[in-house]
Design a protein around this ligand. Sequence first.
Ligand code: C2O
Ligand code: CU
Ligand code: CU
Length: 483
Amino acid sequence: MTRLSRRDVLKLGGLALTAPYLGSPRWARGLTAVGSFPVPPRLPLIRPEPGLVEAELSAAWTQSAVAGTTARLQTYNGSFPGPILRLREGERVRLWFTNNLGEPSNLHMHGLHVPPSIDNPFLSVSPGETTVYEFDVPANSAGTYWYHPHLHMRVARQLFGGLAGVIVVEGRMDRQLRRRGADEYVVVLKDLSLVNGAPEAHNPFDWMSGKEGNLLLVNGAVQPVLVPRTSLLRLRLLNASNARYYRLALEGHPLFLIATDGGFIDQPIELNELLLAPGERADVLVQLNTAGNFRLLNLPYDRGSGHGMGGMHGGGHMGGMHGGSTGSTAAPDVLMTIAAGENPPRSLPSRVGLVEPLAPAPGDVHRRLVLGEAMMGFQFYLNGRTFDEARIDFQGRLGDLEVWEIDNRTGMDHPMHLHTYPFQVLSRNGVPEALRAWKDVVNVRAGEVVRIAVPLRDFTGKTVYHCHIVEHEDRGMMGVLAV
Ligand code: C2O
Ligand code: CU
Ligand code: CU
């Protein structure tokens, strides 16, 4: 990474910001940039009547700007990452989805509390077909969500190929933060490997470890430079990678966590580092009180993905197949640089939300979910089984508060995700969770037992839970919950 001075950065793009993407031979459709930091376009919305929002998304292979070059990717509306769907609490959304991929796909609104009959992973949208997804954005759901394909056995390839976009739900606190001067950016962390100008195909080991790419992209760019307009920066972080974990730290600055997967927490929490597993989101505030260049780092994290490879891994001929950040001895990667100017300091809010406490009672439904493996990690199981869409694994009752105990008996971390019903983490290995927060993905470390509280509210139907290392999901590490 070349170190840019503040003046260089201003020369490159400046503060007004419709600068061309550095080194890109062709400017991507609709993307704007701050410094060299690409900002995904906003999905154009039509508001045919008050409270109703309509938009169109189409998935196709397109020639797209990525990593300072162009490549043939699978994209939504030709944009990588996909356009940002910006919604407000309480409004009705009608989303027209057209599949031009040449293979079946569908759309999933990851994290949004909407009926499973609408956000339906069992639905296949054929090539050339248009489907409408119509749902209400729940009250009090302000937060960062995302959309991506969810057709079983095709998720890993379509997500790796580029199909992912952010959904922002705005509420009162977002307006308050803006009034405070918070300069807000969506930050999509997604790795990718390109071969002959297209996403690299999976190899057999990718189906075991989850596929990691050698390009660590931030909104599709390698090590972009962001020039914030104020001293209070708000980042909406999404890990849209198939399998890569990000252990984030910003040079010289703590990160103030204000929201998790399901929206705002009670008050900002100061963190020196933040682990983001696949599928997870985090909103952070950063106070930039001195001018300078500060790098956002991805610190080494061992998610145990070498497990089961035995002598193969130690023998060295597997070495190049992994991104290098999964071993515990690797050096940090630089994801992006924040080039802060001299701006008047801004204060942090003292409260940002109010998370309802969930207090399970002894009589509540208690479930166990055991994560197991066979063939040295080439196959993973939930309670000894692989996914069967015709089978109901858990039968729940509307209105119940359930406690799920997730017991990871494998040698690898698994980010476990539940559709439809946001949950709260109660404990990890018996240690009560200090942070009260709404989540839809929880990382369960190798050998760990995590307890979560799941309120089955508002909607009945058939939904799924699965590992968000999407190769594991495609290989059957998924189950059906019917309510
Ligand atoms: Cu983001 Cu079922 O997944
Ligand atoms: Cu999901
Ligand atoms: Cu997994």
